[in-house]
Write a protein that binds this ligand. Sequence first.
Ligand code: GAP
Length: 446
Amino acid sequence: MPAKNIDELVALCKRRGFIFQSNEIYGGMQGLYDYGPLGVELKNNIKNSWWKSMVYDRDDVEGLDAAILTKQTVLQYSGHEETFTDPLVDCKSCGERFRADQVPDYCKKEDLTEPRQFNLMFKTNIGPVDDGKTFAYLRPETAQQIFTNFKNVIDSTSRSIPFGIAQIGKAFRNEITLKSFIFRVREFEQMELEFFVEPGTDEKWHKDWIEARLSWWEAQGVSRNKLELYEVPKEELAHYSKATIDLMYKFPHGVEELEGIANRTDFDLGSHSKNQNELNIASNVKHNKDSNSKLAIKEPHMKDWLVPYVIEPSAGVDRAVLAIINEAYKEEEIGDSSRIVLSLKPHLAPIKAAVIPLKKNNEDMVSLAKSIKNKLQELGIGRVILENTGNIGKSYRRHDEVGTPLCITIDFDSLESSDVTVRDRDTMKQERVSIDKLREYFLKYF
Ligand code: GAP
């Protein structure tokens, strides 16, 4: 049985150390969450899986890790200063402030102010003088610094289109309406690829990327029948987009966006480029008088400068965590009891194996368990832990709930016959495996 509602997931995340309310001991702060010991492992595994599929498994993508604090001019020319806004209304009777299109049912909606635009970007002061002029923005998407580094990456790698630049990192939005645990927050992470292509090939690449992203989500355990493709209507498209397909997921609170895949045309490179009049830019961009870089390519076979089009798959890490936990969560009846199990794909599991001595005070058992833990840890697959609680039943329960694929128990026979019991999380089947075959067994599993 899947989770009945999001509260069951929130409770598991807190109980087992995946996700905590941020600043909790001072009463918390809305829209901010901290990832605990298991949450950070799960998040890193998701990010590594994305990076592997985007950068290592392909030969046409480079990586980047750019600064979060962003100069005002970048977000001026990107269009964010002008258009990255939400309509805001105040309710004069309940005193609360809402996004105009998301006024909750508990508000009587009788005495609402006219909507006014509210910019979602956070500003911070740079340097010792807070004069309101020397500020930077906390980036609202990771994409912009990919565009500003376009020339640096081309020059340092000799790339030619089609090719992409991938980045994973924090983004910040001063969201008015926060929603459903980590679904809509003010500080979150994005996994973004900007893929540069020749104009005219953009629509084909857009389709290819939609397929590639669907396959990736399925490989993370997100079932295809919980994903929907939503074509964003023309009138709702972001200012840079010619076409956007949102991958929608059936979250416990409803069907909502998990990832957006946009055709950003030549808007961004064109906007941030100098000498725009030499570039034949198709998009409607503002005159740029501040950039010192021509963000275009001209190869020997080309007559003119060319501004590539951009296909952008952009996924939220936090929404990925929520979707993946929701998919993996199951409550199962076993005889007259029940268990909660997180059937995470092994490569995403925060702990790959728990090594458990049957008796916590038996020195021989504990020392054998430690040496097995160290040998498996050395393989570099991920975290392996020594679980020395002396309560095997409780240990199995805990590891089912946090998604540990394998539990390896050391008992009295292990000391005599050099084999151990390996228990599979999903089937609960146990088998004896010889210690000298354990390495091989473990590697095959992952
Ligand atoms: N560069 C394109 C871009 O930022 P977006 O649709 O605004 O597009 C991309 O964001 C993804 O980032 C979304 O699909 C979502 O997964 C995630 N995201 C956006 N806002 C978020 C928020 N406030 N909290 C958590 N995740 C968010």
